[in-house]
Design a protein around this ligand. Structure first.
Ligand SMILES: [Zn+2]
Length: 380
C-alpha cells in the first residue's frame, strides 16, 4: 500500500477521527450529548476509507471540514499524510481547499502555503514550489523550514549559486546543514568554472570549499585535475594520492588514472607504497585497493601479491583459489576483475540507488557523500 507503517496510518486515522469529531461537536461536555448525532457524511467518509476508496473519502471529509472551521489542523494532518504516501494531487486539493476559505487566520494561511509548496516539490513542480517557499521564507516562524526546502529546490535544479546563497541565509539564523554541504556547492561551482576554462575562479572556489571543511577529498581531486591540465603531473599525482588516502572508495575509479599519470616505469613502486599505507591503516582500505587493482587488471603486479593473499584468505572460496596455485589464481582474478568491471559499482547507503557511476550527490534521494563502493563491499 505504501511505505508508511501500518501503525502510523492507524495513529493518523485516529487523530483524524478525533479531529473531525472535535470540530464537529466541540470538545468536552457536549460530546456525550452529541454522540448519537454523528454526521452521516462522516460515517460515509469512514466507510470509503475502510473500503479503500480514498477519493470518495476525501470528498466527504473536505465537505465536512468546510462546515467546521475548527478542524483545520485535521486538514494539515490529512494533507501531510497523502503527500507522504505519494498521493500528491490529493494533498494539493486539501491545501488549496484550506487557502480558498474566506476567514482564514494568517498563521493558517502561511502554514497552508508552506504545505502546498511541499506538495509542489514532491510533485516535481519546482518553479511553483520555489515561488511559494520564497514567499513563506518571509514569515519569521517558518523561515528556517522554508529556506531549507528552497535549498532543496535549487539543488534539484543544479542552481548551485542560489543553493549556496540560501545556505548562507540559513547559517545566519543558525539553521544550516553541516558545512560539508556548502563545500560541495563550492565544488559544483568550481567544476562549472573548470568547464568554462576559468581556472582562477575554480581555484578560488576550491580554497573556499577547503575553508568550509577538511579533509575534503572532492576538492583535492579537482585540484589534481587542474594540476594535470596545467602540465604539472607531479603535483597532480601528489594530490590524487592525497584524495585516495582520504577516501579509499575512490580507488575503484581513480586507481587506473593514478597509474596512467605515474607511467609504467613507476607503476610498481607506487603500488608498493599504496599497499604499505593501506596495510598500516585498516583491512577495509587494503580490500578496496586489492579489488580496485584486480578490476584494473593488475592482479599479476608483483607488489600486490601478498596483499591479494591477505584479502583472499579472509574468504573460504577465494582462499581455496589462492592456494590452488598461480595459474589457477590468475585465471580467477581476471574473471573477478571482469565481473567487477561490469558490476554496479556504487550504491547509496541512504536509499539503495546503485549503478556504475559514482555520485557525490545521490540523484535519487539527494543525500551528499552517501555512495559506497558496492561491488567491493559485497565481496567479503
Ligand atoms: Zn540515495
Amino acid at each position: 500500500m505504501s511505505d508508511l507503517p501500518l501503525l502510523t496510518w492507524g495513529l493518523v486515522v485516529a487523530a483524524l477521527v478525533i479531529g473531525i469529531l472535535a470540530g464537529h461537536f466541540g470538545w468536552g461536555g457536549r460530546w456525550t450529548a452529541s454522540r448519537g448525532k454523528l454526521h452521516p457524511d462522516y460515517l460515509a467518509g469512514l466507510d470509503y476509507l475502510v473500503t479503500e476508496q480514498p477519493d470518495r473519502a476525501l470528498d466527504m471529509f473536505l465537505k465536512l471540514m468546510d462546515a467546521n472551521a475548527d478542524t483545520i489542523e485535521t486538514h494539515f494532518a490529512l494533507g501531510a499524510l497523502y503527500r507522504r504516501r505519494g498521493e500528491v494531487e490529493r494533498a494539493i486539493r486539501i491545501h488549496q481547499n484550506v487557502l480558498a476559505r474566506e476567514q482564514l487566520a494568517p498563521e493558517h494561511r502561511e502554514q497552508a502555503l508552506l504545505a502546498l509548496a511541499q506538495d509542489y516539490l514532491r510533485a516535481g513542480l519546482l518553479d511553483r514550489a520555489e515561488g511559494l517557499f520564497q514567499q513563506v521564507s518571509e514569515v519569521p516562524r517558518l523561515r528556517a523550514s522554508a529556506l531549507d526546502a528552497l535549498r532543496g529546490v535549487y539543488e534539484r535544479q543544479h542552481d548551485w549559486q542560489q543553493a549556496l546563497g540560501v545556505y548562507r541565509q540559513l547559517a545566519r539564523i543558525k539553521a544550516a546543514p553541516p558545512r560539508l554541504v556548502a563545500a560541495h556547492y563550492l565544488c559544483e561551482l568550481a567544476t562549472l568554472a573548470l568547464e568554462r576554462g576559468e581556472i582562477d575562479d575554480a581555484r578560488r572556489l576550491l580554497r573556499e570549499a577547503r575553508a568550509e571543511t577538511a579533509p575534503f577529498p572532492r576538492a583535492v581531486l579537482l585540484r589534481a585535475q587542474i594540476a594535470e591540465r596545467q602540465g604539472e603531473p607531479q603535483l597532480a599525482v601528489r594530490l590524487l594520492r592525497q584524495a585516495l588516502s582520504e577516501s579509499p572508495q575512490l580507488l575503484q575509479d581513480e586507481l587506473p588514472h593514478l597509474l596512467d599519470l605515474v607511467g609504467i616505469k613507476s607503476r610498481d613502486e607506487v603500488l608498493a607504497e599504496l599497499v604499505t599505507v593501506a596495510e598500516s591503516r585498516d583491512f577495509g582500505e587494503l580490500k578496496h585497493l586489492v579489488f580496485a587493482a584486480i578490476a584494473a587488471d593488475l592482479a599479476d603486479a608483483a607488489p600486490l601479491r601478498d596483499a591479494i593473499g591477505k584479502v583472499f584468505s579472509q574468504d573460504a572460496t577465494l582462499r581455496a583459489v589462492w592456494q590452488a596455485g598461480p595459474a589457477q589464481f590468475e585465471r580467477i582474478a581476471h574473471e573477478i576483475g571482469a565481473l567487477l568491471a561490469q558490476a554496479e559499482k556504487h550504491r547509496c547507503i541512504e536509499c539503495g540507488f546503485s549503478g556504475r557511476s559514482f555520485y557525490w550527490h545521490c540523484p535519487a534521494c539527494h543525500a551528499w557523500e552517501s555512495f559506497e563502493a558496492y561491488a567491493i563491499v559485497k565481496l567479503r
